[in-house]
Design a protein around this ligand. Sequence first.
Ligand SMILES: [Zn+2]
Length: 449
Amino acid sequence: MLRYIYGYARVVSAGLIKNKIILRYITCKFCLFFFENSMKCVLIIPDGCADLPIESLGGVTPMSYATTPTLDMLAGEGLLGTSLYVPKKMTPGSDVATLGLLGYNPKKYYTGRAPIEAAAQNISLGDSDWAIRCNLVTIDNSNKTKPVMKSFSAGHIASEEAAELIETLNKKLVPLSPIPIRFHSGVSYRNLCIASNCKTRFSKSTLTYPPHDYADKPINSAAPTGDGSRVLQTLMKESQKIFENHPVNIKRIKESKLPATQIWLWGLGQKPIIPNFGVQFDQPEMKCAMITAVDLLKGIANLIGWTNIIVPNITGYVDTDYAAKGKYAVNAIKEYDLVCVHIEATDEAGHEGNVEKKIYALEQIDKHIVKPIYESLKNCGDEWRILVTPDHPTPVANKTHTSEFVPWLLAGSNIIKSKTKDGYNEKSAEKNAKFTFKEGWKMMNLLVR
Ligand SMILES: [Zn+2]
């Protein structure tokens, strides 16, 4: 009983009590308590799918334009609203936005990108350790006074080649380092450096710069600054000599591929102290699972006590196996109380500025993920809820993330129907919004409480 009272108190404190819907929602929750039904929840995240109106689509967004019959039906059968998951002054990346979406105030819990990626690799960080993202990059030094970031991914270097370079760093760069470090290879250019026992060496004043923000640009102003920046600069510089005549690079140049000319250190942070999801929502027994192809989401799942379900043939790109994701999610619903399906394809299409790919990804998500999940929930015999929401917009016009509100839909047992025929898209969610969450991290209360 207490957890429900606590839950209502939080919703009330969110300033939503004015709304009649909430009163009915509260009544429903009391009914749920008395009937002790178990609840199956599914969260679907089409990463970065929210967009802006596009002229070539007749002035509508890809979400409006795409044929998504199940999502549109659910919009009428459920509630619509908007949320802002990225707090002001924070960078609108999936790391920050997903934390907010999952019910954690990023201002309180976000400590950096690298610690989340370390969690994805099951690298446990001690209290005095720092995780540092270590890209393999290609710098064009032909103009000595104005070096340029030719590739933030060393031409999307293969994981096997990256692993060889990282191994060499462990042999040759680690002994030169003024602080204890160890390199860990990841996928392709995305690797990690863990600095141990150096709690005060770095701090919030240590500023580093994401290499993808400098694509084809001079890097003169992108050197780390603040506490410990000298160490980072030294490691980056020394790596140039180690990589210069490395067999991996000699082979890549022969194959007309870009060599990895050095490492690029950024996104550092310490271990985040994040409460377990069940504990956060006063349901410690709750069993949750994540389906995603992306390390960042896997890392967040590990940090909040979720199980990562491995699905074969998913790529984190537009060519992913949507049906496999749908199938694994339907199976997972039997075992877990909450299943999250994250799809990166929509975000990648946004980064490429490719409208067609975004529309295609949305239609595949509707057909192969939302539809089978909805049908399975409808027949599961338990109470159920489904929440669909992107983490942030990735407009094709911008080719990058923006800090704007995103549309969400929530449907299922005891959820008031919007009865809208406008479907699930940015405009409809704004027009029919019952709730607008400026502090997006409060939104998750509606799904699980
Ligand atoms: Zn993105």
